[in-house]
Design a protein around this ligand. Structure first.
Ligand code: AHR
Length: 493
């Protein structure tokens, strides 16, 4: 099969905000405890953070990490995770029915973020709490005044404010599973007043309001319209969450979920713009896709055994086809970089995550680690608008999709054109031609491929079965994308 991508140097979608390669650490399962934090581990640093995990996080080059939830935040008191560790309360976490020791809180997490070369995206609790606690939390984290919460931070050993720039106004408040879930009106009012007050404390912050927890939420649309009607003046981003899996055992449809993510993004952006027009506003509200991934065990709402600490929970093992979809979803984010300014792969360590740890033992990389690593490290610059010519395939529900899924990014700093491309045919290799208009002497310098004969192949702690390999370049410049493969092509110009 033949396919062609035409890209033109002048046809730019937008500059990519590097924060689309963000991720997420929630207090859930072994994400925090025995994930990023394990003081007894042989690689632990003076603060108890696992050095081997930080090393892998750095390989992923994650610029921002959302914290502390997720569903967890909707029952969380941020004060519990500050100050003298010996005095911190142990509490029930009603989001996942586990015991939270509070050994790690914002005092520690902002330090971990520094050590992992990343930034914190902090969520406040709008489930059981509201304006007052959000106000206090932002004063504690960001204020330099001689006032109670800023002084409490100083007393706890942090003279300088943490300077957290991005704040989420709650989590999935449209979800009936959420502690303190809200109707569209209830959330719209609460988010507006909380946003207003948080910006009084620190006008330099950026605020993300909860959009829908997925495109299939009954309130999708109405939720965003109501929210934006109230909060437009005060917020900067609307969030989107979506998880995907192949429970139907239908790989062609599964790989086409990248287009579903695209529709969700475009629909939410259209709603933001409708309210912008209605309000005669000049400001544009952009999008934060701050939870996305393949999630096979979706629906599990409680840890296997209730009221345990750091249980093994939601530790999905990803296979090769999951990595193919994650690669495609990243292309969707890149192609929508004019509206999606932040996104978080949910999550980062142990819980539906690219990085896995053994308690007291080693770390290992899941299949999805690799497309994310390449996208994050090389997918920097400007996404180009392209024309893709190739054959289509039909899914069981009679929808039509191109076999080739791709994104093209111009990294002007490096003088490189980066093409991410997935061949979604399950049987046929694809010969790919790139027509790079207005680029002189565009030369392929590297072809990285993620491929396995077996779509169900997984990695584990003893064996990395699915790893990228470098494809030897051909003399005549022919580019071959193997059947069901994910690829990164680097061209120098
Ligand atoms: O990432 C796991 C959970 O998925 C988060 O806690 C929640 O926000 C979403 O439903």
């Amino acid at each position: 099969m033949k396919a062609k991508i035409t890209a033109n140097k002048n046809f730019i979608i937008s500059e990519i905000d590097k924060r689309i390669y963000g991720s997420f650490i929630e207090h859930i399962g072994r994400a925090v405890y025995n994930g990023i934090y394990e003081p007894e581990h042989s690689t632990a640093d003076d603060a108890g953070f696992r050095g081997d995990v930080i090393e892998l996080v750095k390989k992923l080059n994650v610029p921002i990490v959302r914290y502390p939830g997720g569903n967890f935040v909707s029952g969380y008191n941020w004060e519990d995770g500050t100050g003298d560790k010996a005095k911190r309360p142990q509490k029930q976490d009603l989001a996942w029915f586990t015991i939270e020791t509070n050994e790690v809180g914002i005092d520690e997490f902002q330090e971990w973020a520094k050590r992992a070369d990343t930034e914190v995206m902090m969520a406040v609790n709008l489930g059981t709490r509201g304006v007052e606690d959000a106000k206090n939390c932002i004063e504690y984290c960001n204020a330099d005044t001689d006032t109670y919460y800023a002084n409490l931070r100083r007393k706890n050993g942090f003279e300088k404010p943490f300077g957290i720039k991005v704040w989420c106004l709650g989590n999935e408040m449209d979800g009936r599973w959420q502690i303190g879930a809200k109707t569209p009106q209830e959330y719209a009012r609460l988010a507006t007043e909380t946003a207003k007050v948080m910006k009084m404390v620190d006008p330099s912050i950026e605020l993300v309001a909860c959009g829908s927890s997925g495109p299939y939420q009954k309130t999708f649309g109405e939720w965003e319209l109501t929210l934006l009607d109230h909060a437009y003046d005060y917020i900067d981003y609307v969030s989107l969450h979506s998880y995907y899996n192949n429970k139907a055992n239908d790989t062609p449809s599964f790989l086409a979920r990248a287009e579903e993510m695209d529709l969700f993004i475009k629909g939410t952006a259209a709603i933001c713009d409708a309210i912008k027009a209605k309000k005669h506003h000049t400001k544009t509200v952009n999008l934060s896709f701050d939870e996305w991934n393949v999630w096979k065990s979706i629906g599990a709402t409680s840890a296997p055994e209730k009221w345990t600490k750091a249980p093994h929970f939601l530790e999905d093992v990803y296979n090769f086809e999951d990595a193919l979809l994650v690669g495609c979803l990243l292309m969707t984010l890149q192609n929508n970089c004019d509206r999606v300014k932040m996104a978080c792969l949910a999550q980062l360590v142990n819980v539906i995550a690219p990085i896995m740890t053994e308690n007291g033992g080693s770390t290992w990389m899941q299949t999805i680690f690799y497309p994310f690593m390449y996208a994050s490290n090389y997918g920097r610059g400007k996404t180009l608008r392209t024309i893709v010519e190739c054959d289509n395939y039909h899914t069981k529900n009679n929808k039509e999709y191109p076999f080739l899924y791709s994104s093209v990014i111009d990294n002007t700093d490096k003088g490189e054109l980066i093409v991410f491309a997935a061949n979604r045919s399950l049987d046929e290799d694809m010969e790919l031609e790139l027509s790079a208009e207005n680029y002189e002497n565009c030369k392929l310098i590297e072809h990285i491929q993620l491929y396995s004969d077996d779509l169900t192949a997984c990695n584990d702690k003893d064996c990395q079965r699915v790893v990228p390999d470098e494809v030897p370049l051909t003399e005549d410049g022919t580019i071959l994308l193997k059947k069901h493969s994910w690829n990164m092509l680097r061209f120098k110009y």
